[in-house]
Design a protein around this ligand. Structure first.
Ligand SMILES: [Mg+2]
Length: 252
């Protein structure tokens, strides 16, 4: 089997999950492979990103990795393309939902941040909220408070999920999978001709959207359980190992 596109999550896949400097040798290897793939050189299929990170973070990575295809940011809520420097909302994001999410953000500012000073709000997002905390055991209590606010406020419908150190608040119906299917349509490809890489439960919609799915060794068990291939190596070492698989080579 060969594919026309590879999509990957960022944190825990091409970079460490922790906020630490990256391994430049490994990242340099990946950048060269990605540049070649984008220009039709080498055997690996072209790569693009599908992450919870905000657009400015994705923009910088697209430049370093030489990726011209649109990237998915904010867990599917935003698409950004280097080719025309354009950001747009993903399918399912509406003005009403954005306004609802702004009310949730205001509630966080006025009520939750004074109460949980260890919570760190991730700046730069438009249609998705991420909270970082070194003590993820508080996420249960915080989720309850947010759900209670939403009930009183009469919306918006959201999905609240945790990764290792992040609590993510996504608009209902807006996820990596739905936006990936939209992107594959734009790129003229489909499930059967695509491969995906992810490491946490938020990446399970990627699994559904692609024909072949792999993960590094640091992936959550729920992700390993549904992967076609689990690399014996973590993070970017796992990613480079996965790129060598025959299933990730380019359609010729
Ligand atoms: Mg991840």
């Amino acid at each position: 089997m060969a594919v026309s596109w590879i999509v990957t999550d960022i944190d825990g896949c091409i970079s460490p999950e922790e906020s630490i400097p990256w391994n430049l040798d490994s990242f340099g290897r990946l950048a060269r492979i990605s540049h070649d793939a984008a220009e039709g050189r080498g055997t690996v299929a072209p790569i693009t990103l599908c992450s919870g990170r905000p657009q400015p973070y994705a923009e910088a990575l697209l430049k370093v990795l030489g990726i011209w295809a649109p990237a998915i940011c904010e867990n599917g809520a935003v698409l950004y393309s280097l080719k025309d420097n354009r950001s747009r909302y993903g399918p399912g994001v509406t003005t009403e939902k954005i306004l609802g999410l702004r009310a949730v953000r205001a509630f966080l500012e006025t009520d939750l941040f004074p109460e949980f000073p260890e919570l760190v709000y991730q700046f730069g997002k438009e249609a998705h909220v991420s909270l970082y905390c070194e003590r993820p055991e508080v996420f249960g209590a915080i989720t309850e408070r947010i759900e209670e606010f939403i009930r009183r406020n009469g919306g918006p419908d959201v999905v609240i999920s945790a990764t290792h150190y992040y609590l993510n608040i996504s608009l209902a119906g807006v996820n990596k999978g739905n936006t990936l299917r939209f992107l594959f349509d734009e790129l003229g490809t489909d499930r059967e001709h695509t491969a995906g890489i992810g490491d946490t439960e938020g990446d399970l919609p990627i699994r559904e959207a692609v024909g072949f799915f792999a993960c590094p060794s640091n992936a959550r068990q729920a992700v390993k359980d549904v992967a076609d291939y689990v690399s014996p190596y973590p993070d970017i070492e796992g990613f480079l190992d996965i790129l060598a698989r025959p299933e990730l080579q380019r359609d010729t």
